[in-house]
Design a protein around this ligand. Structure first.
Ligand SMILES: *Cc1c(COP(=O)(O)O)cnc(C)c1O
Length: 365
């Protein structure tokens, strides 16, 4: 806490609740099953690990601040113009850049009630008023978002699929949202889980970015590409937004090891296909096992499921039971969903262990 005579931050800074990440350790347990941070089920791609090790000799050198080779590799992989890509120290870095560049005192940032918490942190840091809009069945509601737009609105941030709910808006709904927004409002489509989506009406954001000047799509290497520890995200954006981001980002915001490992991860044969197939199969299977145990499961398009225990007490009890089994999942009190737990889809054995523990909890309390 700051003393009354000492340096003081802007007052809105002290309204920010620090981001709480997923736990990694349990006292007294050697091997925890960490299903609390939506990291990919298969660890880091072998090629990425080798690239990271190879780079060890070169870490005295500054990285390429423009991440040229990586942007070319992303462009080639996704069929995008590398000049319209900016890389960041995780996509969180990109969200900060956008919130600080387009928001600020006197402006508003719109997100949804159970939207990804980084938007609220970045918006408050920028000095914007953060407006949380009601959802419908834990899904973003386009009409409610459009109704919340005011002359002060500068940003609308939407994770699609959303974390932690797993819900998704189809392409027609996103198109309707884009059409309804004033031209000077930036729509940030956070597609961190794009590779896991199986719904046919999904569009991560490229066509919406291409359709005008006010949509940005962000992506990450932290989820399906298995590089959360290296911190690497990227944005695909219109030229005007790219220009802004290149002015404000830290000149060396992505490090050399992350750049090399990410290029290797993009080129890992079959990695995305294998991970997606595993995720789809086990998302269904774990969902069915938990439903069988009497737990309500919200439909998810991500690499996690939101398990609904109806009351905070039951969710806390389930979490304590999982912890006693050495399993870490994510409590949802910070997302205004204290009656829920978010469970990452891990390996087959990890999913079986979660199902066994929660089935036991539901039977014996
Ligand atoms: C995990 C996640 C990200 C990724 O953040 P990084 O900073 O790239 O690790 C972004 N958005 C959402 C909604 C997420 O769940």
């Amino acid at each position: 806490m700051s003393s009354p005579l000492g340096p003081r931050p802007r007052p809105e800074i002290l309204t920010i609740a620090p981001y709480i990440g997923g736990e990694s350790h349990l006292a007294g347990v050697n091997r925890v099953l960490k299903l609390s941070s939506n990291e990919g089920a298969f660890g880091a791609p072998p090629g990425a690990q080798a690239a990271y090790a190879r780079l060890a000799r070169e870490i005295f050198r500054y990285p390429d601040g423009a991440a040229e080779a990586l942007r070319r590799a992303i462009g080639a992989r996704f069929g995008l113009d590398p000049a319209r890509i900016v890389c960041g120290n995780g996509s969180d870095d990109l969200i900060y850049q956008l919130a600080l560049s387009y928001g600020g005192p006197g402006t508003e940032l719109i997100m949804t009630r159970h939207g990804f918490s980084m938007y609220a942190i970045a918006g408050a840091y920028a000095g914007s008023r953060v407006v949380k809009v009601a959802e419908h069945h834990l899904t973003a509601d386009v009409d409610a978002i459009l109704a919340a737009v005011s002359p002060a609105t500068r940003l609308v941030c939407l994770a699609n699929p959303n974390n932690p709910t797993g819900s998704l808006l189809g392409a027609a709904e996103i198109a309707r949202l884009r059409r309804g927004l004033p031209a000077d409002v930036l729509l940030v489509l956070d597609a961190a889980y794009a590779e896991y989506v199986t719904r046919a009406d999904y569009e991560p954001g490229v066509t919406f970015v291409d359709a005008g000047d006010n949509v940005v799509m962000t992506r990450t290497f932290s989820k399906i590409f298995g590089l959360g520890g290296l911190r690497l995200g990227w944005a695909y954006a219109p030229p005007g937004v790219i220009d802004v981001m290149n002015r404000v980002r830290n000149p060396f915001n992505t490090n050399a090891a992350a750049q090399e490992a990410a290029i290797a991860a993009l080129n890992e044969p079959g990695w995305v296909e294998k991970s997606r197939a595993h995720n789809s199969a086990w998302r269904d299977r774990l969902g069915a096992m938990l439903t069988e145990a009497g737990i309500k499961i919200w439909p998810s398009e991500g690499n996690f499921i939101l398990a609904d225990f109806t009351t905070r007490e039951r969710a806390d009890g389930a979490n304590a039971h999982l912890r006693a089994s050495g399993i870490l999942v994510r409590p949802m009190g910070g997302y205004d969903l204290p009656h829920c737990l978010r469970i990452t889809i891990g390996t087959a054995a990890e999913c079986e262990a979660v199902a066994a523990s929660l089935t036991d909890f539901m039977r014996h309390g």
